[in-house]
Write a protein of this length. Structure first.
Length: 245
């Protein structure tokens, strides 16, 4: 490299260094200068609130006309309770950039506290009598009891009536002793009496009377579980009858 070339390179390097030093000095001067905080921000920082943290301007700019600022709160839950900041994304949760503890929107209340009642579980109301079928070989004792009870005058057609079924069962069985390995089968079942023709014998509670027979425990409990599943989709008031195949 020739001497003029080296001198030119040195001059360029010196000029670049001078520009860097000048820019650094300007940045330092601007940082030290500062500007006065707006009166509204200063007022907001001066409010007394035990849930608020140190003052400052929110990085997200969440605020409303009343002066609420996210960074004025120590946690998201505190800002949610205060409710004086802007909901930027419209999901009901305020100041989501703040640390927890957190609180949800007003729509996150448990169902029992909600202002709008939850819809009831749907069920079907068929017009005709619904056959509830069971295997005669799997439930021979249940079948024999149902046929014997019907021969004694109990209705073949039953009416679904879940409400009060436990009370009806307890009243019916309170004086029928238990036996090892056996259950006390009811016909009509507790969920199938209390309303309808021939199904309201006995009062307090209405319809507690029924026919009782001892049957193997395993058979009775399997039948009871199956009956509950088969009736699950029907509304109270549905007419049904046992059918054994």
């Amino acid at each position: 490299m020739t001497v003029p070339t080296r001198r030119r390179a040195a001059a360029i390097a010196a000029a670049a260094l001078a520009l860097f030093i000048a820019g650094f000095a300007t940045g330092c001067t601007g940082a030290d200068t500062g500007t006065a905080a707006p009166a509204s921000a200063a007022t907001d920082q001066g409010r007394s609130n035990p849930e608020r943290g140190s003052g400052g301007t929110s990085a997200t700019g969440d605020s409303r006309a009343d002066g609420g600022i996210c960074s004025a709160y120590a946690s998201q839950a505190a800002a949610q309770r205060a409710g004086d900041t802007r909901d930027a994304d419209g999901d009901g949760r305020l100041c989501e950039s703040l640390p927890c503890p957190c609180a949800g929107s007003r729509d996150d209340r448990p169902p029992e506290q909600s202002a709008v009642a939850q819809p009831a579980t749907s069920c079907i109301r068929p017009r005709g009598i619904q056959p509830i079928s069971f295997s005669a070989t799997r439930y021979p004792s249940i079948r024999a009891h149902a046929l014997a009870a019907q021969a004694r005058g109990w209705p073949r057609t039953l009416v679904l009536n879940r409400q009060g079924s436990d009370a009806r069962r307890e009243r019916l069985l309170q004086n029928v002793p238990t036996r090892d390995g056996l259950d006390r089968d009811e016909y009509p079942p507790a969920v199938g009496r209390g309303r309808g023709a021939g199904l309201t014998a006995g009062s307090d509670p209405l319809g507690w009377r029924a026919d009782v027979r001892y049957v193997p425990s395993a058979e009775n409990r399997s039948h009871g579980a199956g009956l509950g599943i088969k009736l699950r989709r029907f509304c109270n008031g549905t007419r049904f009858r046992y059918v054994f195949y």
